[in-house]
Design a protein. Structure first.
Length: 364
């Protein structure tokens, strides 16, 4: 009886991917305990978040692929309506209008679009696979731009970046011409003055700080300066777990969330960083293998977009902490404290598992 139950529970779980995810989650809890000043309350809260996110992952892994394609359009429409609701009647927290109060709970609809956008685009391009033309890619781009503009308006550049990246990956994997991409790059470069003019003052300051953090060492440049000090002071082997000075002496801001990588790097050094990056690369590699072996265009595009979005999470966070990218609110996947992003990431991992374990059913 117990064996049957266990077999049922792990039937649609990719063990290789699950092992990598578990290793990253454990590393996250270990780092969080140190970064939070040995706060058992914070670690317990994250463990609750992990349990909830793993439950969502298991549910996603057990959803048959044809159901995924059916919910693509409704999920996108619901997410878009909620984003409009945020723009009209959202709650303002820390100067940003990102939350929608439903009475019994608060939600952040922009997180939903990280999955809804690539899911809809994968469904759309799969539907027109045999007759794909330039207008299909134009319409696909519109489907990406609308929610991205609504999210950027909140403002939430970090989430807008991730949603636009997820959408671009689907367009690219669907066969977007290199000529068109070069053309878009030229147009994007030409529109930089306009984009600069619509940025908020603090967003412009972040970009300027990237070029020279020392121009405002106690203000906009403080995060970057302190995180790079933590990275450099870790050396080759690190200072040891619980021995990081930047976090424990309160020099490092947001040390349990966006800047937890700086805490990890200081305590575990270059060797620890290499281990972390190898684990990330193995997750990305496994995702790309699943995408390559997916039986339909829908599943290939979805798996590829989810995997490359995971890469974007890690790259942007590490680049931000290292001082080579502007500071944006992008957490380190599976490591940073937080429930919303963890649920979104593990939901995507669950979809990868569903694509892998249900592929035989689709082929038959």
């Amino acid at each position: 009886m117990i064996n049957r139950l266990l077999a049922y529970l792990v039937k649609h779980i990719d063990r290789y991917l699950m092992g990598l995810v578990a290793a990253l989650l454990v590393m996250g809890l270990i780092t969080l305990f140190s970064a939070s000043g040995e706060s058992l309350e914070r670690v317990t809260g994250q463990m609750i978040n992990i349990c909830a996110a793993l439950t969502i992952m298991w549910i996603a892994a057990n959803v048959p692929l044809h159901y995924l394609s059916r919910i693509a359009l409704p999920l996108y429409v619901v997410g878009l309506v909620l984003l409009v609701g945020v723009a009209v009647a959202g709650e303002v927290v820390n100067g940003a209008r990102r939350w929608l109060n439903l009475g019994f709970t608060r939600i952040q609809p922009s997180e939903l679009m990280k999955i809804a956008v690539p899911l809809l685009l994968a469904w759309y391009f799969d539907r027109y696979e045999a007759i794909l033309k330039a207008r299909n890619f134009v319409f696909g781009a519109v489907l990406v731009v609308v929610p991205v503009l609504l999210i950027a308006r909140q403002p939430d550049l970090g989430t807008a970046l991730l949603v636009s990246a997820a959408g671009f990956y689907v367009l690219f994997l669907a066969g977007l011409s290199w000529k068109i991409m070069v053309g878009l790059g030229v147009v994007g470069g030409a529109s930089l003055p306009f984009l600069w003019s619509i940025l908020h003052d603090y967003q412009r300051q972040r970009v300027l700080t990237l070029l020279d953090p020392s121009q405002d060492p106690l203000g906009a440049g403080y995060h970057t300066i302190q995180s790079t000090i933590a990275l450099g002071s870790g050396g080759f082997f690190g200072k040891g777990w619980m021995n990081g000075t930047q976090a424990h002496l309160d020099f490092l801001p947001e040390r349990t969330t966006d800047f937890i990588f700086a805490v990890y790097a200081e305590e575990f050094g270059l060797i620890g960083n290499l281990v972390l990056m190898v684990l990330f690369l193995l997750v990305i590699g496994r995702g790309l293998v699943i995408a390559a072996n997916a039986p339909t265009m829908f599943t290939r595009l979805l798996a590829g977009a989810i995997t490359l979005t995971f890469f974007t999470y890690a790259f942007v966070n590490m680049g931000m902490v290292s001082g080579i990218l502007p500071v944006v609110g992008v957490p380190l996947p599976l490591i940073s404290y937080g429930g919303t992003s963890l649920v979104t990431i593990l939901f995507g991992i669950g979809l990868l598992m569903s694509i892998h374990t249900h592929r035989r059913l689709v082929q038959t």
